[in-house]
Design a protein around this ligand. Structure first.
Ligand SMILES: NC(=O)c1ccc[n+]([C@@H]2O[C@H](COP(=O)([O-])OP(=O)(O)OC[C@H]3O[C@@H](n4cnc5c(N)ncnc54)[C@H](OP(=O)(O)O)[C@@H]3O)[C@@H](O)[C@H]2O)c1
Length: 397
């Protein structure tokens, strides 16, 4: 990027981070623990559908805002997503209300009457919907981010509903120099201009808008997971994040990069969703920021050992040879991310801390146990790999 481009980017990010004047504070109509009906965005995605399972387990009525032409088409899309993640038997479709809509459209694209009726029923909003794509530059994400956050905030205001927003620890990316201080819930985020991905810039802008809404008195809670991996029981997982593409691509190519600088905090989706819901049901959490992180970061040596323990025999080669092997096959899962590979290798992820969050999770699990995060070890990795083999995304070892 040239210095002129960086300057232009900084101006754009600053302009996009200004909250519209019509978003005003309000007192939520129920306490956090008394919420009965919630609106969920993003249930046709990965994290959203597991959050749906958790919200239903908490006995909430869930309205799912789904991009579709009709309620029936939206229901079909959700049903297909349940199948994708092995959740068909765990979620009762009849307990779910489908609302066809789009977060980027005024009133979500709903008719005025429907919008009024919906806002009269919802006590809390869980907002997971976002364009999640590491390859898309910020300029193509900005409109949907800015309008999406504004529309969600307007709906929360119309409903007097608390808003629970899913962000990411990626809002700390782009910080250089200090790679040892853990980034806790109140650590300063940004600067967005230094972030290598448009996606993380857009999540940072969303947080800036929400922080202003919070200052105006909107009950906003922000949840920041690290890289989310699959369900720790079934292994069901999405396969589009950088690390899974890295794993699947390496297995497809039969080679693994020696001394690859990759260190990532990974966290199972079932823990993320259990923690989000447990925290969101507590009045003291309203207005807070929370982190959902795995117990320890995982590096490329650990991933190599997990792959070997799952039964895949890969030849270790130099990063250059590995890149050559990936580039030689357009169908390789890692092929589209070759450019991002170089960016990720340059970027050392700082450690994160979740001390405040863990303080809210004591005794919130089944039978009064603590909600805790399982470590991703060789056994859990093998569970994920088995899911991918069942789905045909990985060859059997
Ligand atoms: N996956 C991770 O590792 C991770 C880590 C940290 C934070 N997060 C955050 O978690 C959230 C979900 O991520 P994900 O991995 O589950 O992504 P995903 O699988 O791509 O799901 C994104 C969801 O957002 C919906 N959506 C996008 N634009 C929309 C719009 N204009 N109106 C209505 N719905 C829209 C999508 O609907 P369609 O099906 O119609 O496209 C889909 O349901 C995101 O906010 C992401 O930033 C994810």
């Amino acid at each position: 990027m040239t210095s002129l481009e960086i300057e232009g980017d900084a101006t754009q990010l600053a302009q996009d981070s200004v909250l519209a004047a019509d978003v005003q504070g309000f007192t939520p109509r129920t306490t956090a623990g008394q919420a009965k009906a919630v609106l969920l965005t993003g249930a046709t995605g990965f994290l959203g559908v597991f959050l749906l399972r958790e919200l239903l387990a908490a006995d909430l009525t869930v309205y799912c805002l789904v991009r579709a032409d009709s309620e029936e088409a939206g229901r079909d899309r959700l049903r297909a997503n349940l199948e994708t993640y092995d959740l068909t038997d765990q979620i009762a479709m009849e307990r779910i209300e489908i609302v066809p809509g789009d977060i980027t459209l005024p009133r979500f694209g709903l008719a005025e009457d429907d919008y009024q009726v919906l806002s009269g029923q919802v006590d809390a909003v869980y907002h997971t919907a976002a364009k999640v794509n590491f390859l898309t530059p910020y300029k193509w994400l900005r409109k949907s981010t800015v309008s999406g956050i504004h529309e969600v905030l307007r709906f929360a205001g119309a409903s007097r509903a608390a808003l629970h927003h899913i962000s990411t620890t990626g809002v700390f990316s782009g910080q250089t120099g200090d790679n040892t201080t853990p980034r806790g819930e109140h650590h300063v985020t940004g600067p967005a201009v230094g972030m290598p991905l448009g996606y993380t810039k857009s999540k940072w802008v969303a947080e800036q808008l929400l922080a202003q809404a919070r200052d105006r008195g909107v009950p906003v809670t922000v949840h920041r997971p690290t890289q989310v991996w699959g369900d720790s029981r079934s292994g069901a997982c999405q396969r589009n994040d950088f690390v899974w593409r890295f794993v699947i691509g390496s297995i497809q190519a039969g080679v693994y990069p020696r001394n690859f600088r990759l260190k990532m905090n990974l966290v199972p989706v079932d823990y993320v969703c259990a923690a989000v819901v447990a925290v969101s049901r507590q009045d003291a959490a309203v207005g807070g920021i929370f982190h959902q992180i795995g117990p320890a970061a995982i590096d490329s040596v650990a991933i190599r050992d997990f792959i070997a323990a799952a039964g895949y025999d890969l030849k270790e080669v130099s990063v250059i040879k590995w890149l050559k092997a990936i580039s030689a096959d357009v169908s390789n899962a890692m092929f589209p991310l070759i450019r991002t590979t170089m960016l990720m290798e340059q970027e050392e992820q700082p450690p994160f801390s979740d001390e405040i969050t863990r303080g809210f999770l004591g005794g919130t699990g089944p039978d009064g146990t603590d909600v805790t995060c399982p470590a991703i070890d060789a056994a859990l990795f093998a569970t994920y790999a088995e899911f991918f083999v069942r789905r045909g995304f990985l060859p059997a070892p």
